[in-house]
Design a protein around this ligand. Structure first.
Ligand code: SAM
Length: 280
């Protein structure tokens, strides 16, 4: 049974990294008129109240989006990110946070298509309400690992896939690489993003090794830490692995991550890592 609910974590430091990368890639895809597709294998509820009981309980967004909300001098990718979140809030007051499906829906054009997969019985209902009726968006209460494969290669032949499991099930670490590899074999020119948490560093070392051993080419890694490894229970850092990134991403992330490590790090212990995992 799935117990993870993103409403406890929406807008935290991990979402800041994940969603700023996502927005940069979507904006890059929009530079051409040709349609693209966006596939979210683990969509979540799509929209989150920051005044809900869950968000109030953890207050994680206070160490994430809230720290950037009033900043005026952010690097371009972070400015774009904050502006997207602002579009979901009124009068400059931070009370709502958009999940990845709503961010993509906000940025998509008439010609683009979204495919959203979510397994949780209640999250899928909230997601359907958040998206409302939109012919450009397909939502399925199905396993995103297998369903995403069935639509590859996409009709549009351009697109982005986000793989963002909660890693509740430890086999997720293995399954994400298998899924990436299979998706890539069917659609080698697509852009793929994989989110990962750093709870046990060993697991991430193994994740990097299996990506290095896979058929994937042109892979970059971006990681943001609030604290050094093992300085706290739970997640101290998180990262995004990007296959076929836009050429602009690395430079933008250099600026964004150095700013985020300073602003979101706890007691000046923030840090970041950028790595070319596989060459082009
Ligand atoms: N991508 C979302 C965002 O950035 O706003 C957050 C997603 S949350 C980290 C992970 C979600 O995946 C949870 O809502 C969980 O119910 C769902 N989930 C878990 N296993 C799944 C699977 N095999 N297929 C689809 N959804 C799954």
């Amino acid at each position: 049974m799935l117990s993870y609910r993103h409403s406890y974590h929406a807008g935290n430091f991990a979402d800041v990294l994940k969603h700023s990368v996502l927005i940069h890639i979507l904006e890059h895809l929009k530079k051409k008129q040709k349609p693209f597709c966006y596939v979210d294998t683990h969509a979540g509820a799509g929209s989150y109240s920051l005044t809900s009981e869950q968000a109030e309980k953890t207050q994680e967004y206070q160490q994430g989006i809230a720290k950037l909300w009033q900043e005026s001098n952010l690097p371009p990718a972070l400015t774009a990110y904050v502006n997207v979140v602002k579009a979901f809030n009124v009068q400059n007051e931070l009370t709502r946070y958009p999940g990845s499906p709503m961010i993509a829906r906000h940025l998509m054009r008439q010609q683009d298509r979204l495919f959203l997969y979510e397994l949780h019985n209640s999250e899928i209902e909230i997601l359907r309400i958040a998206v409302n009726k939109d012919k450009r968006v397909q939502i399925a209460h199905e396993d995103g690992f297998t369903r995403s494969l069935s639509i590859m290669p996409p009709q549009q032949r351009r697109g982005l896939v986000l793989i963002d499991p909660s890693y509740e099930i430890k086999t997720d670490y293995k399954q994400v690489v298998e899924t990436l590899d299979n998706l890539y074999k069917r659609f080698a020119t697509g852009t793929y993003t994989l989110w990962y948490p750093v709870v046990e560093r060993q697991r991430i070392d193994e994740l990097e090794q299996s990506i290095a051993a896979s058929s994937l080419q042109n892979v970059q890694l971006f990681e943001l830490a609030q604290l050094p490894d093992k300085q706290a229970l739970g997640m101290t850092a998180s990262g995004m692995i990007v296959v076929n990134p836009p050429w602009t991403l690395k430079g933008e992330m250099q600026l964004s991550l150095s700013c985020l490590a300073e602003k979101l790090g706890i007691e000046h212990q923030g840090s970041y890592r950028i790595k070319q995992l596989k060459d082009e």
